[in-house]
Design a protein around this ligand. Structure first.
Ligand code: GDP
Length: 302
């Protein structure tokens, strides 16, 4: 069993169980199909995708005649996989052949989603692969954010560029970090940013400026949006704001260990057109994994 599947299997997962129970009934009534759709909605698959999936299952003559639970399971798996696996490249730009060095990743997302934690875990992944990493604490709004990134830096053995002054210009911290990454010939620069959504114009200004100043030194290869899987469709609203503010190349879905609502993967990929690249499966340094559609669907269906 994969790590993702093992983790998801541990979480209460009414989603797969409910679908399976309904679809293996002798006769599927109109109400049963509605239940299937409701179950998908509850799992955050999103209205449009849920409707599409149910329509496909309904019109699939095989489902109506099929009594073998294994076969129904296989059909359901196939349909879900069609929704989850968009065929996009889920690799991090920094890991691709010919990637720029230092490669730059900017982390964005609402505070509390797990941005700083993910930055630390991401650094750890690269360090474990023998790569050198620099992190920049461009969330200068709260001193605690830089402290937290610094703690991660020491935990995973990565230098952190920060300002001691709360409220310092985030772009200048990001610039210094890019300078250090360049001077030390690091493989990767990870820039952590603040995620206050109260004022969209400010957010756009701030993230835009961070990007521009870093680009004076190095091309920005990747902007990862960190989304908390437990926030459900609310996360979608946030995601759209960030996508508009800076443009994103991939999504990290965190706290999947504590949620049966992984269906957000489907809606977020559909709405933003970018793939989920990584998933957060806990609070520890090794709790970050590449997103694998097959294991993910298997995890949902149990
Ligand atoms: P930030 O404000 O976006 O930088 O969020 P933090 O990195 O400070 O994370 C907020 C909280 O979520 C912390 O308590 C983290 O330990 C926790 N967290 C982050 N990622 C995960 C995850 O994948 N699973 C779980 N269970 N908790 C997580």
């Amino acid at each position: 069993m994969t790590r993702l599947k093992a983790k998801l299997a541990k979480s209460p997962n009414p989603f797969g169980k409910a679908l399976f129970a309904i679809l293996t009934k002798d006769h599927l009534s109109e109400a049963d199909w509605e239940d299937v759709e409701d179950t998908l909605l509850k799992a955050d698959v999103g209205a449009e995708a849920s409707e599409q999936l149910v329509d496909q299952l309904r019109s699939d003559a095989r489902v109506k005649g099929e009594k073998d639970p294994q076969a129904v399971h296989a059909m359901l798996r196939e349909k879900l996989l069609d929704l989850v696996d968009t065929g996009q490249d889920r690799s991090l730009v920094a890991t691709r052949p010919g990637a720029a060095k230092p490669s730059v990743v900017i982390m964005v997302g609402v505070n509390g989603t797990g941005k700083t934690t993910t930055a630390g875990k991401l650094a750890r992944l690269f360090v474990a692969d023998g790569k050198s990493v620099v992190m920049g604490a461009a969330d200068t709004f709260r001193a605690a954010a830089a402290d937290q990134l610094e703690t991660w830096g020491s935990k995973v053995g990565v230098p952190v560029v920060r300002s001691e002054r709360e409220g310092a210009d985030p772009a200048s911290v990001a610039f210094e970090a890019s300078q250090q990454a360049k001077d030390t010939d690091a493989d990767l620069l990870i820039v952590d940013t603040a995620g206050r959504l109260q004022n969209k114009a400010n957010l756009m200004d701030e993230l835009g400026k961070i990007r521009r100043v870093v680009e004076k030194n190095l091309p920005v290869d990747e902007v990862l949006l960190v989304l908390d899987a437990t926030t459900g469709q609310n996360g979608m609203i946030q995601a759209k704001v960030f996508a508009e503010a800076i443009g994103i190349t991939g999504i990290v879905l965190t706290k999947l260990d504590g949620s049966a609502k992984g269906g957000i993967v489907v809606s977020v990929q559909r709405e933003l057109g970018v793939p989920v690249k990584l998933v957060g499966l806990g609070e520890g340094p090794d709790d970050l994994a590449p997103f694998n559609p097959g294991s993910f669907v298997d995890g949902i269906l149990g």
